[in-house]
Design a protein around this ligand. Sequence first.
Ligand code: SF4
Length: 389
Amino acid sequence: MTTANLLEFDLDGLAAFCEKLGEKKFRATQLFRWIHQRGASDFTQMTDLAKSLREKLATTARVEALSVLTQHESKDGTIKWLFDVGGGDAVEAVFIPEDDRGTLCVSSQAGCAVGCRFCSTGHQGFSRNLTTGEIVAQLWFAEHFLRKHLNRSERVISNVVMMGMGEPLQNYSALVPALRTMLDDNAYGLSRRRVTVSTSGVVPMIDRLGTDCAVAMAVSLHAPNDALRDDLVPLNRKYPIAELLEACKRYLVHAPRDFITFEYCMLDGVNDQPEHARQLIELVRTHGVSCKFNLIPFNPFPASGLLRSPQPRVLAFARTLSEAGLVTTVRKTRGDDIDAACGQLAGDVKDRTRAAERMAQRRAAVAERPVVLHPTRAKTPKTTVPQEH
Ligand code: SF4
């Protein structure tokens, strides 16, 4: 008999499941706390649940974590796990400890169909969406592993960033219950300000998230004009920068923070020129989006054919933005000795959409292309990136 994996449910989903077993809603709350707050997976441990309920659960339900294939610990304390999600696919999650917080970077898909040029995951292609349970299982495992590992009884993970493998807004129906579980006081109780969804710009889903489950938002911008962004973030051909920035403004009406974080990966000779910084300033002024910039030193990998911008250029770029009144930070690289830094997550993915092949063709086509400085839109067909609507 198939049993339900209870990691798949947010509290409402668990209440509906308990109702089907003839149980009251408060039983679901107790069960939810056992699973997420105490890390229990064995129903016999859940001693304040009625024996009759524990017996029903034993035959109808399970709490199934993901198997850990590898674990790597960086000299800076960053830990990266590779989780088996079956079918030959594996995804990665990364824990980044800092003095005042512990951040877990979580994956939402096995691979990614967006195909950003500077991203290892994008070069691997796409296999499938993760389920809610597979997204939550990364947090469930990491939180309870770290408590034991660090001998702590209180919460270790204070922040979650949906910045691992995948485009979270192309896996919307699984993402939202996972976010609700992260935020639920009977589970992880994370503040909305400390849970961040990072998107390459799936405009309709940005609007939906604003009403369904507004959390902090980061947008992978990476270019100041459509011609360049079409090339670096192919989803731009479907949702160009102007539409994206207007969606950001609408999102801010609901968001727990009063700014959007724009991620900008600094690529040597591609998007890091003074003119690009000036175009960015003009762009956010024209659209009036309240924002912060996070400049990310690129972590090179051979297939990308791209290089990291020299540090003085990154700092000069940051200075130009700051002097124009835009709050700008330069991301500290963490975990690069274990390939856990931003853009390096690659897991192990069976490419079922030939996305990796298409990327290789694009790589060959753009290899000799010059730096794009002018915001003239290239005449390119719309992408066929699968969307979840
Ligand atoms: S940066 Fe994000 S959206 Fe782009 S390919 Fe990588 S995982 Fe996908």
